[in-house]
Design a protein around this ligand. Sequence first.
Ligand code: 4AD
Ligand code: MG
Length: 435
Amino acid sequence: MSTDFTIARAAEFEGRDVALYGWLYNLRESGKILFPLFRDGSGVMQAVVSKKDVSQEVWQRVSDLTQESSLIARGAVRREPRAPGGYELVLRDLEVLHRVPEDTPYPIARKEHGPDFLLSHRHLWIRSPRQSALLRLRHEVIRSIHEFFDQHGFILTDSPILTPAACEGTTTLFELDYFDLGKAYLTQSGQLYVEATAAALGKVYCFGPTFRAEKSKTRRHLTEFWMVEPEVAFATLDDLMKLGEDLVTYIVQKALQRRRPELETLERDTRKLEHIQPPFPRLSYDEAIKILHRKGSHTPWGEDLGGADETRLSEEYDRPVIVHRYPAQAKAFYMEPDPERPDLALCMDMLAPEGYGEIIGGSQRLADYNLLLQRLRENNLPEEAFRWYLDLRKFGSVPHGGFGLGVERTTAWIAGIPHIRETIPFPRMLYRIYP
Ligand code: 4AD
Ligand code: MG
C-alpha cells in the first residue's frame, strides 16, 4: 500500500493499490455502480464502486457520503481515458473520518452562487476545483519569481512592513499608532529599503505584502496585495525594461510548462500565452498618448494613464507593452528625470495584454542629493523620516533602479480570470475584511 499517493501523480501509480486521503466532491449513482468524485488538494479523481465487488457495508458507506465529508479511500489506480485526469480509482474500501450531517450540509452546493455569497464563504470556496487551481497557479508564479531572481544572482532582502513614512503618495496610507513614537504606516512598497540593500549587495529584491488604502472598487485593486520588487545598483531604464521582460516571460513559460492541468481547469486559451516572448514592444508616453487620442481617449498629455487607456493600448499588441518616460508630474517623487527632457521621468509601466492593465511599475531613482531633497519638500514629505534615504545619496550615490510586479494582477492575467480577488487566498477590499 503506497502512502505517498496524490491525485496529481495518479499516472505514476497505475495498477497499484493506493490510499487516497481526501474529501467527497460529488457522488453520482448509475444503477449498481457508484461514481464518487474525490478531491485530495492536488486534484479531483473519479472512483468506481460496483455493488457486486464490495461488501454491503462499504457500498452503504459510499452511498451515505455527503459533500465534503472527509475520508480515506483504498483501491487500485486504473487508466480510464473517459475519467477526468485520465485515471480512476477502483474502490475496495472506504473509511469515513468525518461525515457532514444532512441537517448542516456544505453551504457551497454544486450550483451557481453569487460572488458575494462565495466571498463570504471564501474559507470553503477555496476547496472548489477552479479556486484551488488558481491558488496552485499563484504558487507557481511565486516559485518562478524566486527561481528567476536566484538564477540571476539576486539576494532576497525583505523590507519592513511597518514604516515611518509614505512611499507611493500619502492618500493611500493605512495608519496606526506605534507605541510612544507616534504614527506608523503599513508599507505601500518595499522600494525605498531595497534601494539601501542594493547599495550594500548590488542586485536585490524584496517580496511581501503591500498595502494601499485604495478607495477604488475595481477588479484590479486590492487593499492588500503581494509585490516583488527587484532593485539593481548601476541599472539604467533600458536594463530595467529588459529585466521586466525576461522576468514576465519566465513566469508565463513556467506556468505553461508546469501548470497545464490548472490552466485547463480554468479554461484558459493558452495560445494567447505561448507567444509571450521577448522583445516586448516599447512605447514612449508621448507615442502612447498619440495612439490613445487616435482611439478616442481624452486623457490630456501630463496625466497618468487610467485603466481604460491601458486596455486600449494593450489591445494593439499580442504581448505585454512597455510604456516609458511618463511626465514627471504624474509619477512618484523618487524618479530620476530624463536628462534629455527633465519634464519626463525615467520610468516604465508594463501593461499586460487582453486588458489586464499595469502589472509592472518601475523607474530609475533620483541619484542626486539636492534634487531629492527638493522633491521631498515639494511633496510635503517629512524630511526627518527620510534622512536615511537621503544618506544613500551622500555616500557613493550611483544610478540605480527597479520595479514592482504585482502577483495578483499577473496571476489573474495568466489565469484569464476577470477579477484579481480570486488570485489571493483571502482578498482584502474596500468593502471586505471577512473572513
Ligand atoms: O506602480 P506601483 O504603485 O509601483 C510601486 O509601488 C513602486 N514603488 C515599485 C518599485 O519600483 N519598486 O505598483 C507596482 C505594481 C503595479 O504595477 C501592480 O501590478 C501592483 O503593483 N499594484 C496593485 N495590485 C493590486 N492592487 C493594488 N491596489 C495595486 N497597486 C499596485
Ligand atoms: Mg504604477
